[in-house]
Design a protein around this ligand. Sequence first.
Ligand SMILES: Cc1ncc(COP(=O)(O)O)c(C=O)c1O
Length: 360
Amino acid sequence: MSQDVIEHIAPVINSGFIGEGPKNVLFENELKRTLDYQNVLTLNSGTSALHLAYHLAINHDRDAEIITPSMTCSATNVPIVANGARIVWADIDPISGNIDPNHLESLITKKTKAITVVHWGGNPADLDKINQIAHKYNIKVIEDAAHAIGATYKGKKIGCHSDYIAFSFQAIKHLTTIDGGALAIRLNDDFKRAKLLRWFGIDRNASSKHDLRCEIDVKEAGYKFHMNDVNASVGLSNIKFLDDLIAKHRINAQYFDLEFSGYQGKIKLANQTANSKSSYWLYTIHVDNRDELMARLSQEGIMSSKVHSPNHRHTMFANFNRHLPATDIFEKTHLCIPVGWWLTEDDRQKIVEKVIRYAK
Ligand SMILES: Cc1ncc(COP(=O)(O)O)c(C=O)c1O
């Protein structure tokens, strides 16, 4: 959290205007500049951004199917069922955790409306291949970029490569607004529609002669997904530090890459591809004794985590069950070790030493 955040939010709280207003416009503009993309909407969470993307892709079709990975935050997939669509699980690469484009075509049916791509830990998936397949079948690509703000694919920031790109500014993300999110949208018509849908379907820019917007017809039922000015001012305060912060994550990741490179027999790493540059929200390693390593690290005062668990095993998704062998492998071996900007050189050294000592 930026040290000047209180200075930023105090005037807003006392201004008499704490809803979606001028601070939100400023924050949205900062995001546009940061992502180098114009069609960006701030929202109250990454989950809302995904919900809105699914709404646009599914477009009220009650038979719709969405192809999506299971190894992710449940927020990737809960909004699919909330939009009345069916989930078709796609398997992943067992090391990177990203969706495996080689299996996608076999999952596409006449009902498929979109493919969801999660950039695990901020490491961009193979967007060219996935978009080519989607294009061939005239379906949408939705990127869950909750981990991936600042990551690049083919030299361009994540946010401009697909139809819909959802970001999260929740408490522990690179950029936090306490809670918040954003959706980048390729088509202008979709963007205009989404702007209405983020606030019930009402046009906030419209004014009626007599009484606020009371005389204006609302054509499509939307949501209460807008970002308020208090959260936007937290975002304005924090976004100044985003580049520095991601750079620190990357330096820590480079250090780990180098230190672990001599131990490939027991520590496997998800390498970036020639096209991708990770934002390293997570640093993921794979070891055969994951649970034991996690316990050992904990005894040494190092917190590590699996971060997410396979969604397809949850009762709420029981209707969509499917065998996902690579997801099973990933889930048995993966572990995320601390990589954040807050690590000192001593922290990093200690992490490396203990991981190498206990990994098998
Ligand atoms: C992969 C992924 N998608 C979506 C979300 C949802 O974001 P939010 O918490 O902002 O709703 C998260 C949040 O942690 C996430 O990790």
